[in-house]
Design a protein around this ligand. Structure first.
Ligand SMILES: Nc1ncnc2c1ncn2[C@@H]1O[C@H](COP(=O)(O)OP(=O)(O)O)[C@@H](O)[C@H]1O
Ligand SMILES: [Mg+2]
Length: 225
């Protein structure tokens, strides 16, 4: 039985820049099944981040249709997009994107705040997520008191905490040394083994080869189709 968690149908995202139109995504059609572990690859400027923003409900397409976990998100307004994003997507960014003034625990609790979960339960869920990534002993620390690898673990915990349908990572090891990056990729392998759906944006063949499926973009189109 198929269980298509991400579906893109002839998706285009054009940016108007004065006289020019930048075709960041130019007719992408693809499906991703629940539990897949996929790399989005391609050179700089090929549309990887644009595609991740669309799949992550941070942006909507100029044309075409996108469904995330059976919800059509192609034409939603920001408030509706934000709701789906919070419920269905966990994000991991190259630069971690943690809030610097609050602790690791509070950072991991934030997605649950928007979901309207009571504070006691938010705390329990965030502690469980931090335990999952091996950081239970650092939860009172602020981001600037953590190493790069630890910060990325906090952001993995934040991405996991509300049990999203998909986890999106954009160049997740780009700001880390090789050994620390490998530890994050090992964590991803484990999340995949637990049945999570992961999309990893990378221009690194080594990282892409670790994923079970590769989708290559070039000039806003999927290569090899
Ligand atoms: N907000 C934007 N405004 C104008 N052009 C953009 C914007 N975002 C991306 N682009 C352009 O779209 C193309 C794809 O960008 P991007 O998706 O960031 O590629 P990648 O992540 O593969 O490096 C590039 O030509 C980029 O300059
Ligand atoms: Mg990018």
């Amino acid at each position: 039985m198929t269980d298509t968690v991400i579906r893109l149908d002839d998706v285009r995202r054009y940016y108007v820049m004065g006289e020019n139109i930048v075709k960041a995504l130019d007719g992408v059609t693809l499906e991703i099944q629940r539990g897949e572990y996929t790399a989005i690859m391609g050179p700089s400027g090929s549309g990887k981040s644009t595609m991740m923003h669309l799949i992550g409900c941070l942006d909507t397409p100029t044309e075409g249709k996108i469904s995330i976990d059976y919800e059509d998100v192609s034409d939603l307004r920001e408030a509706e997009l934000a709701f789906i994003r919070n419920e269905k997507v966990g994000f991991i960014f190259q630069q971690f994107n943690l809030l610097s003034r609050i602790s690791a625990l509070e950072n991991v609790m934030t997605p649950l705040l928007y979901a309207g979960i009571p504070v006691k339960q938010r705390k329990e869920m965030a502690i469980a997520a931090l335990e999952r990534v091996g950081l239970a002993d650092r939860m009172k620390h602020r981001p600037n008191e953590l190493s790069g690898g630890q910060k990325q673990r906090v952001s993995v915990a934040r991405a996991l905490v509300n049990d999203p349908s998909i986890i999106l990572a954009d160049e997740p090891t780009g700001a880390l040394d090789t050994k620390t990056g490998d530890q994050i990729l090992e964590l991803f392998d484990e999340l995949h083994a637990e049945g999570r759906t992961l999309l990893v944006v990378t221009h690194d063949d080594g990282i892409g080869g670790r994923c079970l499926r590769q989708i290559r973009l070039r000039d806003g189109k999927v290569e090899g189709l």
